[in-house]
Design a protein around this ligand. Structure first.
Ligand code: CAA
Length: 444
């Protein structure tokens, strides 16, 4: 069987940033602690006036191709994941490949090019498509470019406004990868849900509290399904567990659920029982509500144990470091979480070769997916090339008034003129509209 996985990663953050506890919270009458302690967010990225999902995706992909020395003729697929598309027919992937062609001097004439949509899980699904394409042999030695790009904006005043962000993650999916190999086994949970959707509208209709519950319940089912299809998971086996990060506080919730799931029937469960008592069972309660209340109390106790906190600090905390400063990038978020843990491991000089990662993706609407990845020889050199922290540090901070204007600039129903807030250099930017209403781009 071929070894297939991620062979290169490049990230592009929106060039503006909003300080959530110190600028946004006081301007909307909220306490800073809602962000720092509750949601776990400090700043988030926004696109400048001439940035959008195409420029961010093309810039991430271009940087990846240059730094990895990828010959455009070796690319056989370009898959773009987004839930912020501005066109219901022409895929964003064609805009991005058009941008790349402007500067690479090669045409992507014979590639399979397309856009995939399933809320935030579409980036993981694009990787799946590329994986299957390579396993089948239809790639004929070529690799796939997967780009997850989004502007995660909510209507002003919507509770989701607290969790916005913008950026793109480009990944090279190839045979004999040098970062991680993807497992063949996967676990799924999929339902017809209405927790978050955009029925022909730019900003989402979202039932935030419900979406949190759907995320948790589907992730639990996907973990169970993964074990049914493979074998009982051993928590000690996983160096990191990157979950989809709509906001880091969500990961706090799903991490304890994952921990409880993976320690069931193990010596860790026995140890925990001695400290916080046995896990509640449905039979002990008069109804479902009472049982859920019992579970909530048990989880609170579990979260406070030294055993859990040590695991969380080592396995989960490194996965949310980028998102704490970048916000939600929808399709890119789980891939930021993987990158965050690998960058941390490289900084700490951890020996990861042969070690495993458990990845949990989620998309509203809704589906959760679980798979594992094995870190490959060469990962460290490739991961050291990811310059996301330099980008986050050099973003232009926004005042609240500028944030309001930038939100309007990216609102398709408003016609707002604003001068660029940053300088553009060696990057793709939005140029204007063409005669068919298409968006046009140039490299500056
Ligand atoms: N001090 C400490 N903590 C505080 C606080 C304070 N002063 N004020 C609030 N908090 C805590 C709250 O207790 C809460 O934490 P818990 O959930 O652990 O109790 C947290 O901060 C958030 O506070 P609220 O619940 O009051 O915030 P809210 O009403 O504004 O709603 C939200 C939060 C529902 C997540 C909202 O931001 C939202 O709708 N977000 C968009 C939807 C979303 O991200 N859903 C996630 C799952 S769906 C998904 O994953 C797909 C996707 O990417 C969108």
């Amino acid at each position: 069987m071929k070894s297939v996985g991620i062979d290169g990663i490049s990230i592009w953050s929106g060039k503006l940033s909003l300080d959530l506890p110190n600028v946004f919270a006081p301007s909307v009458g909220e306490e800073p602690e809602k962000y720092t302690k509750g949601l776990g967010l400090y700043t988030c990225s926004f696109p400048d006036v001439r940035e959008d999902i195409v420029t961010m995706g093309a810039n991430a992909a271009y940087k990846l191709m240059i730094k990895e020395g990828i010959d455009p003729r070796d690319i056989g697929r370009i898959d773009v994941a987004t839930e912020s598309s501005f066109d219901a027919s022409k895929p964003i992937s064609t805009y991005i490949s058009g941008c790349l062609e402007q500067v690479l001097g090669e045409e992507f004439r014979n590639v399979n090019n397309g856009e995939r949509k399933f809320a935030c899980i579409a980036g993981t699904q694009c990787i799946d498509d590329a994986h299957n394409w390579i396993l089948s042999g239809r790639n004929e030695g070529k690799s796939a470019l997967v780009i997850a790009t989004d502007t995660a904006l909510y209507e002003r005043g919507n509770p989701g406004e607290a969790t916005q962000g913008a950026g793109a993650v480009a990944m090279l999916i190839a045979e004999d990868p040098s970062i991680v190999e993807l497992s063949l086994k996967q676990g799924y949970s999929s339902v017809d849900e209405t927790d978050f959707l955009k029925p022909n509208q730019q900003f989402p209709s979202v039932d935030g509290k419900r979406s949190v519950q759907v995320y948790l319940s589907l992730m639990k089912e996907a973990l169970t399904n993964f074990e049914e299809r493979s074998e009982k998971m051993d928590i000690a086996e996983f160096e990191f567990v990157p979950f989809h990060v709509p906001f880091p506080g969500m990961v706090r919730k799903v991490a304890s659920l994952g921990y409880r799931h993976m320690t069931r029937g193990t010596s860790i469960e026995e140890e925990l029982e001695k400290i916080i008592g046995p896990k509640p069972e449905m039979e002990e309660f008069s109804g479902h509500e009472e049982y859920m209340e019992g579970i909530r109390k048990y989880m609170k106790l579990l979260d406070k144990t030294e055993l859990y906190q040590k695991w969380y600090k080592r396995v989960i905390e490194p996965t949310i470091e980028i998102s704490e400063r970048a916000g939600n990038w929808y399709t890119g978020s789980v891939h930021l979480a993987r990158a965050s843990s690998l960058i941390y491991a490289a900084k700490e000089k951890l020996n990861l070769v042969g070690k495993k990662i458990l990845v949990g993706s989620y998309g509203s609407g809704a589906q959760a997916e679980i798979h594992t990845e094995t870190v490959k020889e060469g990962w460290e050199g490739k991961v050291k090339k990811i310059d996301i922290y330099e980008q986050l540090d050099s973003r232009r901070p926004l005042s609240f008034e500028e944030y309001e204007q930038i939100h309007d600039v990216h609102n398709y129903s408003k016609d707002t003129l604003l001068t660029d807030l940053t300088e553009y250099k060696n990057e793709f930017v939005f140029k204007g509209y063409g005669k068919m209403g298409e968006r046009t781009y140039e490299f500056v």
